[in-house]
Write a protein that binds this ligand. Structure first.
Ligand code: PLP
Length: 422
């Protein structure tokens, strides 16, 4: 970093003044304390804040529903029939994909299952699944249940890619080694692109190359990646990916998820797929009595007509991402998290350690701070001071300064408070 950081409020404010996207903060509802002061919200990796425009976007659909009833499918300002198409281009840009590769539908874990219907097709000898040892529980439960569904025992079929003893981060050599030894028995790699616990951003292109060299399918969970890092999904060559939109994509609690299927599979009719009427050719869908004619690409994975109110919230957020662009966001993010890291290192204590990678290319905005001899009490005290972070047992505080709405002043004030609490 070419900037010489200083640990002062004045310096933090000067960084905010030079931040070309600082104005985006005003486009969000920032929760406030009793005295009207903004909370320091560092939990965008769990639930992103609400854009002020979300209400307008949702109200538009409520009004059109009130005014048009069923005719809203065609007469609404944003007709509901093709509504998901309004999201595709900006969503594809965020993850570095082509429009034919992306659709917004269902929820994350549901999408992982639907994708495994296509991309986990085990045989008696090639059936194992590799995940990270610290995978998000939902992903682990999903692959275990897929193994059982196909008649395999997860104890035998699940391979965990683990950090070495005394380390927290994953090493690519260790995945290489797993595949060297057991690759012929592995059918699928399902890996979190950015680990939710450590914040480690893995080289997904490398993972795809390693997996494909052993004829394995490769899927990436981008729950902590979408809107945070720029994953270049198409160029990475991974077969599939899925992500939620309520974390960095600020689209509201439980909102719909994204799904990516690489273009190389777009026209492959031999892939297993679960289907519904929304998988069917759009021009003949309403003839109703035809044989299924699946839409090529990601859209063919849709089953049902989607919840428009949730999609309206996604549209509000994606329109902001289109306006700002991932390049500007990522640039600010590296500076913001770099400053956060610098300030933490200024705290004079041996009780804390950052377990997230030091290299900005190997992380997104999140820093995971390990606190010696801490219990959840520290997290509670932070919360009582209106500093919203996320606690993970046994001793890690996860903090996500989000470039879309967090300021340099936020990270400065957060670290000042952490210092006094320690
Ligand atoms: C947040 C998150 C989930 C949550 O799954 P839902 O189906 O949206 O409830 C799953 N996997 C990972 C890696 C996550 O970070």
């Amino acid at each position: 970093m070419s900037i010489q950081f200083k640990a002062s409020l004045e310096f933090a404010k000067s960084l905010d003044q030079n931040d070309s996207i600082a104005h985006m903060r005003n486009e969000f509802h920032i929760p406030k304390d009793k005295n009207g002061n903004d909370w320091i919200y560092m939990c965008g990796n769990s639930l992103g804040l609400q854009p002020k425009s979300t209400k307008t976007y949702i109200n538009q659909e409520l009004e059109d529903w009130a005014n048009f009833g069923v005719e809203g499918h065609f007469e609404a300002k944003n007709p509901w029939m093709p509504y998901h198409e309004f999201l595709t281009e900006s969503m594809a840009k965020i993850v570095g994909a082509k429009p034919i590769e992306v659709v917004t539908m269902n929820t994350l874990t549901t999408n992982l299952h639907l994708l495994m219907v296509s991309f986990y097709q085990p045989t008696k000898t090639k059936f194992k699944i590799v995940i990270e040892s610290d995978a998000f529980p939902s992903d682990k439960y999903a692959v275990e249940s897929q193994l059982r569904f196909h008649g395999f025992d997860p104890k035998e079929g699940l391979i965990e890619w683990k950090p070495r003893d005394g380390e927290e981060l994953l090493r690519m050599e260790d995945l290489e080694n797993i595949l060297e030894v057991q690759g012929d028995e592995v059918a699928l790699l399902l890996i979190g692109g950015v680990n939710y616990y450590t914040g480690q951003y893995l080289d997904i292109k490398k993972i795809a190359e390693l997996g494909h060299a052993k004829n394995c399918m490769v899927g990436i969970d981008l729950a902590h990646g979408a809107g945070n890092i720029s994953p270049e999904l198409h160029n990475s060559g991974v077969d599939f990916a899925a992500w939620c939109t309520y974390k960095y994509l600020n689209s509201g609690p439980g909102s719909l998820a994204g799904l990516f299927v690489h273009e190389k599979h777009a026209h492959n009719k031999s892939l297993n797929k679960f289907s519904g009427w929304w998988s069917h050719n759009k021009s003949t869908r309403f003839n109703m009595r035809q044989e299924l004619d699946v839409i090529p690409g990601a859209e063919g994975y849709q089953l049902s007509n989607p919840p428009i109110l949730s999609m309206a919230a996604i549209k509000a957020s994606l329109d902001m991402f289109s306006k700002v662009g991932m390049t500007a966001l990522r640039e600010k993010s590296q500076l913001l998290t770099g400053y956060f890291e610098y300030l933490i290192h200024q705290i004079d204590t041996d009780r804390i350690r950052i377990i997230t990678p030091k290299n900005p290319k190997e992380r997104g905005c999140q820093l995971s701070i390990q606190v010696k001899n801490a219990d959840k009490n520290l997290h509670k005290q932070l919360t009582e001071n209106n500093i919203i972070t996320d606690w993970r047992e046994p001793d890690v505080i996860r903090c996500a300064p989000v470039p879309m709405y967090n300021s340099f002043e936020d990270v400065f004030r957060m670290v000042e408070k952490l210092k006094t609490l320690l």
